[in-house]
Design a protein around this ligand. Structure first.
Ligand code: ZN
Length: 364
C-alpha cells in the first residue's frame, strides 16, 4: 500500500511538472515557430546573469544577509517586455531533506536559501531559473522537490532535471520562450550526453519562438577563465566540453546558449548566427567566498535577437560584488566584466564574428 501511494505521488509529481509546460498559463498555441502567421516583434531581449546564491542559513545563520543583495541592481535586471533568467545555485526551502556531507565548510559548501528570500528573485523579475547545477541537490530529493514547489508559488519557471523538468515554457507579450537547463553532475540534464540535449531541443523547438539553453559546466575559478576547446576536468569531475555542447545545442535548434559554472566570466561566440556566452560568472553569491578579482565581477547580459532567434546585438552592464558594508551587487563604473569578456573573446576566438565597444557587442 505504502509503495502504491509512493508510486501515485511520484506520478502526480511528474504529471504536474509535465502539465505545467503544456498549460503554461497561456492560451494553447500549437503553431510551429516557422509559421508565418505568428506576429512577433522584430527584436526580443533576453536578460541573463550567472550564479545566484542570495545567502544560506545552513550550516550557520551567519551565511545569511539581513538584506536583499540584489537590491541595487534590481532595476537593471527587470524587463517587462523581454525575459530575465539566471542560475539558482542552491536550494530555496526551509526545512527537511538530508544535507550533503561536508568535512570542512571552508572548502565544501551546502546552500539553503530561505523561502522568504524568494521574493527578491520575483522583485528582480526573473522569469526562468536553472536548477541544473552542483548545488541544487545539496539537500537531496526533498530539497529539490521543495525548491520546485517554492518556485512554482513565486511564478518562476525552472528547468534542468531529467524526465521531470527538462525544460520550461512561458509566453510573455505574445512570444513563446523555451528554457532548458543542463549541468555536469548526476541527476541533471547533462552537458555530457549530447543525444539527450538534442532530443530535448528538438522536442521544444516546435513549441517555442525562442529556445534558450542555460548550462552549468567547465572548470571553476580564476585559473579557468579561458574556454579551453576541450573537455574540462575539475576536482576529479568531468565537467564537460562546453564549446562542443553549445554547438550541439545550436545544431539541434537552440537560439541562445548561456553558461555558468566557472564562477568567472568567459568569452562569447557567434556560431551559425546564434549567440553563446560561455560563462556569466558569479553574479550574486553571499557568504564566505573569495570575491576579489574576476570572481566578484560579472556581466548582466542583455542580448537582442530577431524573431528567428538570430543575434542582433548585446549590451553588457558590468557588476561587482562589493563587500565593504555587507555584500551587495552593484554597478561597476569601470565596466570590468565587459572588458574581461572582450579580452577573453579576442583571445579564445581570434577569428570570431563578434566585436566589443562601449559596453556593446555587435557583429564584425
Ligand atoms: Zn556551481
Amino acid at each position: 500500500m505504502k509503495s502504491l501511494v509512493l508510486v501515485l505521488l511520484a506520478s502526480l509529481f511528474i504529471i504536474s511538472c509535465k502539465e505545467k509546460k503544456s498549460s503554461s498559463n497561456v492560451p494553447e498555441i500549437s503553431t510551429a515557430s516557422t509559421d508565418s502567421t505568428r506576429n512577433l516583434p522584430d527584436t526580443l531581449t533576453v536578460t541573463a546573469v550567472g550564479d545566484l546564491m542570495l545567502g544560506s542559513n545552513y550550516p550557520h545563520q551567519s551565511g545569511l544577509p539581513n538584506k536583499n543583495i540584489l537590491e541595487k541592481i534590481t532595476p537593471f535586471l527587470k524587463d517587462n517586455t523581454g525575459i530575465v533568467l539566471g542560475n539558482l545555485e542552491g536550494t530555496l526551502f526551509d526545512r527537511g531533506g538530508v544535507p550533503k556531507t561536508c568535512k570542512d565548510f571552508t572548502l565544501c559548501f551546502v546552500f539553503r536559501t530561505p523561502v522568504s528570500y524568494g521574493k527578491y528573485f520575483q522583485e528582480a523579475g526573473f522569469d526562468f531559473l536553472s536548477i541544473a547545477n552542483n548545488h541544487s541537490g545539496d539537500f537531496g530529493a526533498v530539497g529539490r522537490a521543495e525548491t520546485q514547489k517554492n518556485l512554482d508559488s513565486l511564478g518562476i519557471r525552472y528547468a534542468g532535471l531529467p524526465e521531470k523538468c527538462e525544460y520550461a515554457l512561458k509566453e510573455k507579450n505574445g512570444v513563446r520562450y523555451a528554457f532548458i537547463g543542463a549541468g555536469h553532475n548526476e541527476g541533471l540534464v547533462s552537458v555530457k550526453h549530447y543525444a539527450d540535449i538534442e532530443r530535448i531541443v528538438r522536442e521544444v523547438r516546435p513549441q517555442a519562438d525562442i529556445v534558450i539553453v542555460m548550462f552549468h559546466g567547465g572548470a571553476e575559478g580564476v585559473a579557468h577563465q579561458h574556454v579551453p576547446h576541450r573537455t574540462e576536468t575539475f576536482v576529479g569531475e568531468n565537467r564537460g566540453n562546453v564549446e562542443e555542447f553549445a554547438h550541439v545545442c545550436i545544431d539541434a535548434g537552440a537560439d541562445l546558449v548561456l553558461g555558468s559554472g566557472p564562477h568567472v566570466t568567459r568569452a562569447a561566440e557567434l556560431y551559425k548566427n546564434k549567440f553563446i556566452a560561455y560563462s556569466l560568472g558569479n553574479f550574486a553569491t553571499y557568504g564566505n567566498f573569495a570575491l576579489k578579482g574576476a570572481s566578484g565581477k560579472s556581466p548582466i547580459l542583455k542580448v537582442k535577437v530577431g524573431a528567428n532567434g538570430n543575434f542582433i546585438s548585446a549590451k553588457i552592464i558590468s557588476t561587482v560584488q562589493v563587500e565593504d558594508t555587507g555584500l551587495s551587487v552593484e554597478i561597476d563604473p569601470e565596466n570590468r566584466a565587459f572588458e574581461s569578456m572582450k579580452n577573453l573573446t579576442h583571445e579564445d576566438f581570434p577569428n570570431g564574428k563578434l566585436q566589443f565597444h562601449d559596453g556593446k557587442i555587435t557583429r564584425k
